[in-house]
Design a protein. Sequence first.
Length: 439
Amino acid sequence: MTFINQARAVVDQAELYATRRRVIQVRFAEGALDLVAHRDTSACALRVIADGKLGASFAEAPSKRLLDDARETAAFGQPAQFSFAPEQTYEAPPPFDPATGELTAGDLIDVAVDVRDRIASAAPDAVVSLVCEAESGRRSVETTGGAAADEPFSRVTLGVRVPFASRGTGVGATARWFSPGPAVVADAWLDGLLERRDWGQAASVPESGRWPVLLMPYASSLLTLTLATCLSSDSVAKGASPLAAELGERILSERLTIREDPAHQESPYARSFDDEGVAVRPRTIIDRGTLTGFLTDLRGAAELGQAPTGNAARRTMFSEKIEDAPTPGWLGAIIEPGEPSWRTLLGEIEEGILVTRMSGLHSSNLLQGQYAVHVDGFHVRGGKPIGHLERTMLAGNVFEDFVTLRGISCECEPTARKEMEVAGLAPYMLLDSAQVTVG
């Protein structure tokens, strides 16, 4: 008898979420090998509904004890106003390369050394720090309602930091690279990293005021994380979201179309189902600036009287672990590209900034669209970067600043990061103006 059948005999409903993950990581600090780490983990989360109440327990593998513990917690749990996922059809699994699971620490060290040496060949004075990681495994969800989802995953990631010349090791150009399996890092990717390093040889910041702002794809989280907070069925159902009554209304620039497509083959975190076993499907959330849908998990969908959209993930703003309860959020936010190249957009800026990264977004009032973040990037004058930013803040309101977009690039790049993950693709976006403060 399978575990889920055992659960069916003693509780009203059950959902078993399980993962197996193998991770190898190597880290180079200032050009020298600094860390080698290898982790093999298995974990599962059991949620049950017993006598109308929700319970949960966690372990490395299914067992009678896991089921008993979940039943016990249900006695003290919250009333369950929803059901676990029913039987359904799933799309093809995401790109998977079995060779990733065979990689060794030595293989990753070879990749890191190759990248370090190629950078050194082009920029002999560069001091390189990097992290290379190979991750592979499986995830599955099975429920008493008939859902049975299972898929493998694999990815190799590389994060590189090259300090600006003569600026110490704390400030520099950064880049991230993704692949489902072993692959050679492209020259164009390294060229872009070194070009940004050249831009930052000196510090140069604009005067405080409202200036055009060009966001690189990685900085698109300014928009997508804010939207995730406001579009979450948790905040919509409570009436806390300013977008709760805005379906069918234009809330952003007509240049903006944002799709949710977690199974997109170019996404480094592609998947065919969410963490509750609900099949994901492509759909449009923002259509030329107009709001067309929300992000729901099973609980939120029930509260809103809607079908679940497959947006449940076991993560919070700062963690991604088995004990995190499923909550709604982006699993594959894809911002549709525009027509001009990003260099064309850059050339349009007479005075402004190019933002590569930001920090502090989590402490902003995202539920009201407000943000105040420290930004890394470059001061732009006459359409060209003239130095890296120092002590620069960006502040405003997404639902004001993203209404007057000047342009969106034709190029798109992966945007995923781990804890604050908004897996998907984004272009460069040029805001007509936003408040820049230097001090």
